[in-house]
Design a protein around this ligand. Structure first.
Ligand SMILES: NC(=O)c1ccc[n+]([C@@H]2O[C@H](COP(=O)([O-])OP(=O)(O)OC[C@H]3O[C@@H](n4cnc5c(N)ncnc54)[C@H](O)[C@@H]3O)[C@@H](O)[C@H]2O)c1
Length: 311
């Protein structure tokens, strides 16, 4: 039985995610958007690349036809507007909140057993909207941010040390915003903590660049935000779920007391398998790290309260 992944939002992140799912031969893909023609055009273009890339995934694109998503194993939601230079992720709140509400309830109606991977920003707040609008259990609503933020940190570490990216593990916890918390103590190169290889000053600079990684790309692109690495992040999560790999990845998950945080989506290490979030891994944090994580969680809590006010 072939797996099925629906990607809602056929823009930069969505179309790239569809391409990566197909090229890894993970599943058949449905690309869905409000725009006329664009999802169908991009899906056809991707299907025409298949003979060259050598995959047999079926890719279809459609406009507002949620019935096409029926039976999806995973739905990756990228629908919404991205940032422009000078905007913070939080500036997207009211527009994307309304979009996410509609999309998540439509998806829940046709694919009630699916697992949602949320990408739209502001990420942690959008996870709340999707969780409430879908009515899905917390294990089946997961936000993509930590995989991207830690990939950025890993890329910077690899550049700094001139070593393979494959040797590097890194953790970034907290919300997907300026308060995110790169955890250098748990970041390693071939098992060696980076704190033993990189000076505290350089590490602080790399942590800052990681926190500002999204804005750095928005500043260069000027007309939108990053999409290659975000799509890779969402697809790594999808792959771990579809293949029941049980990878431990930093994701936005609904916390019920873990890390002392309750009723909030925050980025933490989770085990991703066929059931979605199968475990939340609680690593020991020192005083500074715990403070930074709580500060980040408070920023998410404030956004959730703002959404309640916006209705
Ligand atoms: N979580 C992360 O780490 C991360 C990283 C990058 C981008 N993002 C976010 O992902 C979102 C998408 O970014 P992008 O660069 O692909 O933007 P984009 O503008 O290229 O694509 C967004 C698409 O969503 C579609 N859309 C709007 N309303 C819709 C609806 N109701 N139903 C279906 N589709 C709808 C638009 O027509 C558009 O095609 C943004 O909110 C962006 O901020 C998050």
């Amino acid at each position: 039985m072939r797996k099925k992944v629906t990607v809602v939002g056929a823009g930069n992140v969505g179309a790239t995610a569809a391409m990566r799912v197909a090229e890894k031969e993970l599943a058949d893909v449905v690309l869905l958007d409000v725009l006329e023609g664009v999802p169908a055009g991009k899906a056809l273009d991707l299907a025409e690349a298949a003979p060259i890339e050598g995959h047999d995934c079926r890719i279809v694109g459609c406009t507002n036809q949620y019935q096409e998503a029926e039976g999806s194993d995973i739905v990756i939601i990228t629908a919404g507007i991205p940032r422009k230079p000078g905007m913070s992720r939080d500036d997207l709140l009211s527009t994307n909140m309304r979009i996410m509400k509609t999309v998540a309830s439509e998806v829940a109606a046709v694919a009630p057993k699916s697992i949602l991977i949320i990408v739209s920003n502001p990420l942690d707040a959008m996870c709340h909207v999707a969780y409430e609008a879908s009515g899905f259990p917390k294990e089946r609503v997961i936000g993509m941010a930590g995989v991207l933020d830690s990939a950025r940190f890993r890329a910077f570490i690899a550049m700094e040390l001139n070593v393979s990216v494959e040797n590097i593990h890194a953790f970034v916890l907290g919300g997907h915003g300026d308060t995110m918390v790169p955890i250098s103590r748990y970041s390693t190169v071939a098992g060696i903590p980076i704190t033993e290889l990189i000076s505290p000053d350089r590490l602080a600079a790399m942590e800052k660049r990681t926190r500002e990684g999204g804005a750095e790309i928005v500043g260069l692109l000027k007309t939108g935000s990053a999409y290659y690495a975000p799509a890779s992040g969402a697809v790594e999560m999808a792959e771990s779920i579809l293949k029941d790999k049980k990878k431990i990845l930093p994701c936005a998950a609904y916390l019920s007391g873990e890390y002392g945080i309750k009723d909030l989506f925050v980025g933490v290490p989770v085990k991703l398998g066929a059931k979605g979030v199968e475990d939340i891994i609680q690593i020991k944090l020192n005083e500074d790290e715990r403070k930074a994580l709580n500060h980040s969680a408070e920023a998410v809590r404030k956004l959730v309260a703002d959404m309640k006010r916006l209705g």
